[in-house]
Design a protein around this ligand. Structure first.
Ligand code: NOJ
Length: 520
């Protein structure tokens, strides 16, 4: 795969650092903890880790409220720990992607403390201050505007009031933030996942958003309005191109954008002449109904909308969405693994998916997430998918010697120690599937064709000169009969059919997936 950039043939693994591995007994994961688990990541076969924010932060939104873009929060360790982790990842041939949070800072960031101190402060214009508010909401409930008593003006915050939005139209903001990027790039960080990329620029006239005619009671309150003027503004693309240019000052780095938009809009984030994000995150699999027809449709829609020269990517989970195994069940989670790892392009999975980890129920008194605290009961809470990684069956799952910051799930049967060497476990399946991409580069770069849904079986082919790989995924609860030309099984979700020669009419078990090398 020498013809591809590293990030094009990578499987990216998201680590939510609070929950991966604790090293000092405070119940919260840290960098030293991650360091002790690198060999696990190597065995899993992933290529890059994306680590959610580790910068100094009051943790109002667990690190997505940054108080210093060039430091490490003591909860996670020190800069020495960071340097060591980066070096050790690189020594093992793994890449490191950091989370960059440019839309907003913490209200404790020195820039905001200055900005709010007086209307005439040189940093006043670094944030969005107005005499009057408008109807733009916060994603975490209530108005997006906070009246600040010191100067009697409102500032805008798309998330918590402790997360004031930066004014990206101000050239000094750009310069300071781009320098923060360079700080990490110079250290050798391999790229960034950019938080809420599509929200960074707002309407310069601060026009009110129109009502959303599709709003239904019970939905989070920010859905009441259509986000016309505070999201996806035309000017965003020049800004993303500028950010990309900063990364391009360094060889071989990747820019990934977190963007929740419909496919057509998402594609615009590749930028004019592919000068935008290398990878606008594709969240289609997190959102679509789990049946062969819907999945076939999103695959075709996404692939069909890719502009010339754009590299595809697929995401199976992240720290903001319910876990896949909870959404679709344990047996379909194996099908989802096979789906993800046979799709074209760069793939991202979330820690624990390889164990079939499920959401953990959180009692009201255990809630940590501000999204749940602000709007309880609407299903906004993200704690269930952020619980500690179960490494073994000990009381704290090998995650910590203290009390974990969020409760553990039932780790008795499903933990790394129990299933890593089990020949048919989901973890073994993940390892096999990741391995298969290395053995058969057609799975990474081959053309995707003949995407069909039939009797709730999703089938597609990955094709290159001289190679045809067929994927069959039974998304049904019932066994099903399918027909095929003839070929050899490379992998099956139950890990018991490898090497079988199949042709004509074959029977597939409920929730079975097969990858076949077709005879030509
Ligand atoms: C998106 C992040 O993924 C989420 O966790 C965070 O709360 C918001 N952006 C605000 O930064």
């Amino acid at each position: 795969m020498q013809d591809l950039a590293w990030w094009q043939h990578s499987v990216v693994y998201e680590i939510y650092p609070r929950s991966f591995q604790d090293s000092n007994g405070d119940g919260i994961g840290d960098l030293k903890g991650i360091l002790t688990r690198l060999d696990y990541l190597v065995r899993l076969g992933i290529d890059a880790v994306w680590i959610s924010p580790i910068y100094p932060s009051p943790m109002a939104d667990f690190g997505y409220d940054v108080a210093d873009y060039c430091g490490i929060d003591p909860i996670f360790g020190t800069m020495e720990d960071f340097d060591l982790l980066l070096a050790e990842l690189h020594r093992r041939g793994l890449r490191m992607i950091l989370d960059f949070v440019p839309n907003h800072t913490s209200d404790q960031h020195p820039w905001f403390l200055e900005s709010r101190s007086s209307r005439h402060n040189p940093k006043r214009d670094w944030y969005l201050w107005r005499d009057e508010s408008n109807n733009w909401p916060s994603h975490f409930g209530g108005s997006g505007w906070e009246l600040d008593a010191t100067t009697n003006q409102y500032y805008y915050h798309a998330f918590l009031k402790q997360q004031p939005d930066l004014n990206w139209r101000n050239p000094d903001v750009k310069a300071a933030m781009f320098d923060a990027l360079r700080f990490w790039l110079r250290k050798g960080v391999d790229g960034f996942r950019v938080d809420v990329m599509w929200l960074m620029i707002k309407d310069d006239q601060f026009r009110d958003n129109p009502p959303n005619p599709g709003y239904q009671l019970g939905q989070p309150s920010h859905h009441r309005l259509l986000p016309i003027y505070n999201a996806d503004r035309p000017e965003i693309h020049d800004l993303v191109a500028e950010m990309r240019a900063v990364l391009d000052e360094f060889p071989d780095r990747v820019l990934i954008g977190e963007i929740y938009l419909p496919i057509e809009k998402l594609m615009t984030y590749y930028g004019r002449d592919m000068r935008g994000a290398h990878l606008p995150f594709n969240f289609q699999l997190l959102q679509c109904a789990w049946n062969a027809e819907s999945v076939a449709q999103v695959i075709s829609d996404y692939q069909g909308a890719l502009p010339a020269g754009a590299w595809p990517n697929w995401v199976l989970g992240n720290h903001d969405k319910p876990r896949i195994a909870s959404r679709i069940g344990a047996s379909q989670a194996r099908v989802a693994a096979m789906l993800l790892l046979t799709l074209p392009g760069t793939l991202t999975l979330y820690y624990g998916e390889e164990l079939g980890m499920t959401d953990v129920p959180i009692a009201p008194e255990q809630v940590q997430d501000p999204a749940e605290k602000n709007e309880p009961g609407l299903g906004q809470g993200r704690d269930p998918e952020r619980t500690p990684m179960p490494w073994d069956d000990s009381p704290s799952a090998g995650f910590t010697s203290g009390t974990p910051w969020l409760p553990l799930g039932d780790n008795a049967a499903s933990n790394v120690a129990a299933i890593e060497h089990a020949p048919r476990s989901i973890l073994t399946l993940y390892r096999r599937l990741i391995d298969l991409r290395r053995i058969h580069p057609t799975l990474v770069r081959g053309k995707l064709q003949s995407v069909i849904a039939e009797n709730d079986v999703l089938r597609y082919e990955r094709v290159e000169l001289g190679t045809r790989i067929l994927v069959l995924l039974n998304m049904n609860r019932k066994p099903v009969r399918v027909t095929l030309h003839s070929g050899t099984v490379l992998a099956s979700t139950s890990l018991d059919r490898e090497g079988q020669k199949l042709s004509g009419t074959i029977d597939m078990e409920a929730a079975e997936g097969l990858i076949l090398s077709l005879d030509l």
